[in-house]
Design a protein around this ligand. Structure first.
Ligand code: BGC
Length: 776
């Protein structure tokens, strides 16, 4: 009952959104019909660094767009440090670790309120590029190494922001997975890898949330700049996925503006000072750019511009305290408990002497550098917040390292002295500012040497060390065995310090799960050889095997696996059920599982569903995340979680069909609490409804002719005549000889048989066979 009501609301929302889009399109069409060529061209680039061009005579308004993904950064010009105060939420790697779509939606709503209050019409986020390597400089600003997790979190974010009348910019489209030479590098990626790994997060977000804009990336894709890549911007984004908004260039990503118009790039940002507009006018006059294409591009931009302006609300006041509380909640849910020996956390109320070590406890690292950098409305630190929450405890403090991450004998001695006298040590470590930023990649996965030295020294004198990490992307933890507990707090935003205190004291039960694998060593990573680019080319040689897809396939033990995270309670999984175990891929298949809180405190669990194909047509990952749900459970409580599967959950991308294809066969549905802990399994026998009809050519291999009824006859006839046997092999000897010949012939293109036959098998006969094989 409730489900169909929810579905009803969803369809209503989709219908009314597209009706609105049509209205604005109609209005835009009428206005564009009255424009001069120069006016149309003027709408193809901005007026300033952040605003679009107005045409007062036609009532075309100007709209304002600015970063960013985890907080509003409304700056004057390009001075990133001088922006309006805004709530700084956890950065994307943290937010995604919450796996909580509803929470992310609420963060989106708050971001929109702050945008409305500051007269911002489009917020430049979310960033959803895949984490191809742990070294990606902007990994802190991206959600995950998995496209489903990224896409679903992005859709929630966009729906949140846009529900309050502010647009988003889904970025950076596409294959922008490194910072090194980001404006010139060419990402060389095959069609299947693009479709299965680098596109789906964008596809999910576009189909489920229709962002008002998509931002094209700086890099080239297979040799063509994203800003003038027709395949990307028009064929895939607009035609295949039905994107209804406009494409904006990343700031400065335009190479050849008229080519960009032809490819589907609507708006160049920032303003080009008019010179690119002139190029557009010239190109139309010369006939190298069609004016109707220009019209189409301008209509798309104008439709969103009109909608954005109409959606602006006057007089919005931000409740800063409320947003700060939300930031603390979001940060708390983003924290991932990686290790907790002997239940050392939460801190016992009886612990009277606790040593806090590490400068990050008082001066936290809470966001990354670059265009997403926010000026927070306030900053909490864990040192102060812990004093408020654990009243009976005495906290000592030692700085441990300098702001650059170095340490020295004096700092180490002071830290060791504090640690010796304490029941528990809370040691704050992580990556200093300069280690992670837009514009360059990381050199390695390590913490600064000073942080590692500090942890080693302290762990030698105290068994109860809790390491709290503040960083935006995967790091190595060489001291893992020497410490009792590890808390990954990510870049938690302005309330990160409070959120850490909440988790350490047990006020919040940690429920984050890693949205990226923490590898053991850099050499183990899928891009160890090919990252970053060499000679301007980033070769995506690992194909679809990024993140856990790679570690699973290679049976490499990660330091901490994708989807992993501990809780202060325990959960049990049972009763996996499918409403049908033999089904067509188009059937409505439902999987249900029971999850129970078997511990003593309330907690949240992320239930993860992965699909494994038993016999694959081509090399596929062992397990792929297809669905997830976060649920809250009181002690002893049990809930049933349901997942609706669709044909896409079983499909691979076929480069022959240029489409998603399911191969009939058995699929294991695996459910559990991380990519490496999937206790439940149900096997489904799936019948594909979309059969790929092969097209046979003179270059088709003999074995391929086994595929259809028509071609199988040819296969039989050819093998028989070329193995030289007119009758079926009977003796062991005959069978062996025949098997040998068949194996030799199987991989030959059939045109080779012309040669092998010494002229007996003719081209005419071959053509006749092909016609018969291809007959419908
Ligand atoms: C970044 C974008 C950002 C834009 C505007 C670019 O350098 O790549 O993510 O939205 O600047 O600040």
């Amino acid at each position: 009952m409730r489900k169909s009501y929810v579905l009803g609301c969803f369809f209503f929302a989709v219908l009314s959104a597209s009706a609105q889009t049509t209205d604005y399109r109609e209005k835009a069409k009428k206005i564009v019909a009255q424009m001069t060529l120069e006016e149309k061209a003027s709408l193809c680039s901005g007026e300033t660094a952040w605003s679009t061009q107005a045409i007062p005579r036609l009532g075309v308004p100007s709209i304002f767009m600015t970063d960013g993904p985890h907080g509003l950064r409304k700056a004057e010009g390009f001075d990133f440090t001088n922006s309006v105060p805004a709530t700084c939420f956890p950065t994307a790697s943290g937010l995604a670790s919450s796996w909580n779509k509803e929470l992310v939606k609420r963060v989106g709503e708050a971001l929109a309120t702050e945008s409305q209050a500051n007269d911002v019409q489009i917020l430049l986020g979310p960033g959803i590029n895949m984490k191809r390597s742990p070294l990606g400089g902007r990994n802190f600003e991206y959600f995950s190494e998995d496209p489903v997790l990224s896409g679903k979190i992005a859709a929630a974010f966009i729906n949140g922001v846009q529900s309050k009348g502010v647009g988003t910019s889904l970025k950076h489209f596409a294959a922008n997975n490194q910072e090194f030479e980001r404006m010139s590098n060419s990402s060389v990626v095959d069609e299947r890898t693009l479709s299965e790994i680098y596109f789906p997060a964008f596809e999910i977000a576009v189909k489920e949330a229709q962002p008002w804009t998509v931002m094209c990336s700086y890099n080239k894709l297979n040799g063509v700049y994203a800003s003038e890549n027709e395949y990307l911007l028009t064929d895939v984004l607009k035609k295949k996925w039905g994107f209804q908004g406009f494409v904006v260039s990343d700031w400065g990503a335009v190479n050849d503006r008229p080519l960009g118009v032809t490819a589907g790039l609507n708006l160049e940002m920032p303003a080009s000072g008019g010179f690119n507009n002139k190029k557009i006018v010239d190109a139309v006059k010369k006939g190298t750019l069609s004016e109707s294409k220009l019209d189409e591009i301008v209509i798309e931009t104008l439709a969103i511009t009109l909608k954005a302006k109409d959606s602006h609300q006057q007089g919005i006041v931000v409740d800063k305290a409320k947003h700060h509380t939300l930031a603390r909640e979001a940060s708390g849910e983003s924290i991932v408990l990686l290790k907790n020996s002997n239940g050392i956390l939460p801190l016992k109320v009886s612990a009277k002497k606790v040593a806090i070590i590490g400068a990050f406890a008082k001066k936290p690292r809470y966001q990354g550098a670059g265009s997403s950098q926010v000026k927070p409305t306030q900053i909490e630190n864990a040192f102060d917040e812990l004093q408020k929450l654990a009243k009976g405890t005495t906290f000592s403090y030692a700085e441990g390292y300098t702001s650059a991450g170095d340490t020295n004998a004096t700092l180490l001695n002071e830290a060791v002295k504090n640690a010796k006298g304490a029941e528990t040590v809370l040691l704050f470590a992580g990556l200093p500012d300069v280690y992670e930023s837009e514009g360059y990649d990381r050199a390695n996965m390590d913490l600064p040497a000073g942080h590692n030295q500090l942890i080693d020294a302290v762990a030698k004198v105290n068994k109860n060390v809790v390491v709290i990490l503040l960083n935006g992307s995967a790091v190595s933890t060489p001291w893992k065995k020497e410490v009792a507990s590890i808390v990954e707090a990510y870049l938690g935003g302005q309330a990160g310090g409070g959120a850490i205190a909440d988790v350490l004291t047990g006020k919040v039960n940690p429920s984050g799960k890693l949205s990226e694998t923490f590898p053991m060593r850099l050499e183990d990573t899928p891009t160890a050889i090919d990252f970053p680019s060499k000679d301007g080319v980033a070769n995506y040689g690992e194909g679809v095997f990024i993140g856990y897809r790679y570690y699973d396939k290679k049976k490499i033990e990660p330091n901490f696996p994708f989807g992993f995270g501990l809780s202060y309670t325990t959960f049990s999984y049972s009763d996996i059920k499918a409403n049908m175990t033999s089904a067509k891929d188009s059937d409505a298949i439902t999987i249900s599982v029971k999850v129970k809180n078997t511990g003593k405190v309330a907690g949240k669990e992320v239930v993860q569903l992965y699909v494994h194909e038993q016999e694959t047509a081509l090399s596929r990952p062992e397990n792929e995340l297809k669905h997830f749900e976060k649920i809250a459970l009181a002690p002893g409580e049990e809930k049933t979680v349901q997942f609706q599967l669709s044909s896409r959950d079983f499909a691979y991308y076929s480069t022959t069909a240029h489409d998603w294809i399911v191969k009939s066969g058995k699929f294991d549905i695996r459910v559990g609490s991380s990519s490496r802990d999937l206790p439940l399994q149900e096997t489904l026998d799936i019948q594909s409804t979309k059969i790929l009809t092969p097209v046979f050519t003179r270059n088709s291999l003999l074995k391929e002719f086994k595929q259809t009824k028509n071609s199988a006859v040819i296969y039989e006839a050819l093998t028989r005549s070329f193995t030289g046997s007119t009758k079926k092999a009977e003796t062991e000897e005959e069978k062996k000889a025949e098997a040998f010949m068949i194996a030799m012939l199987a991989d030959m293109p059939i045109n080779k048989f012309l040669l092998l036959s010494g002229g007996k098998f003719t081209e005419e006969q071959l053509q006749a066979l092909l016609q018969a094989a291809n007959a419908k």
